[in-house]
Write a protein that binds this ligand. Structure first.
Ligand code: FES
Length: 107
C-alpha cells in the first residue's frame, strides 16, 4: 500500500445513485434505493459546472452505490471530511450545500 500525498479537496460529496430496480417478476424491491429519487442528468450538469468553475480544485462530486442509510424519502449524500450524511430531494440541495459550506453565493 502506498499513501498518496495529494492535495485534499475542501469538500468531497458522495451521492448515492444506487437503484435496486425491480425484481425478476417486475415488482419493486422491498428495500428503497436512492437512484430513482435523483435526477442523474441534473447531477451530471452540476458536476460539469463544478469542473468549469473556480471551485473545481476545492470540490469533488462522486456518484456512489449504497451508503447504507437507504430511505424512501430521498437520496443520501455523504459530505467529507465532515463525515455528515444528508437526505436530499433535489440536486439543487447539493448546490446549496456547497455554497453554504464554502460561504459563497454562486459558482
Ligand atoms: S440506496 Fe442509497 S443509501 Fe442505500
Amino acid at each position: 500500500m502506498e499513501k498518496l500525498n495529494i492535495e485534499k479537496p475542501l469538500l468531497h460529496i458522495f451521492v448515492c445513485v444506487n437503484d435496486r430496480g425491480e425484481t425478476q417478476n417486475g415488482q419493486k424491491t422491498s428495500k428503497p434505493s436512492c437512484g430513482p429519487t435523483i435526477d442523474l442528468e441534473e447531477l451530471k450538469n452540476l458536476k460539469i459546472r463544478i469542473k468549469l468553475s473556480q471551485i473545481s480544485c476545492h470540490v469533488k462530486l462522486t456518484q456512489t452505490k449504497c451508503l447504507g442509510f437507504c430511505s424512501p424519502r430521498g437520496s443520501i449524500i455523504l459530505l467529507q471530511p465532515k463525515q455528515e450524511y444528508y437526505l436530499i430531494n433535489s440536486v439543487k440541495e447539493i448546490e446549496d450545500l456547497i455554497k453554504s459550506e464554502l460561504s459563497i453565493t454562486t459558482f
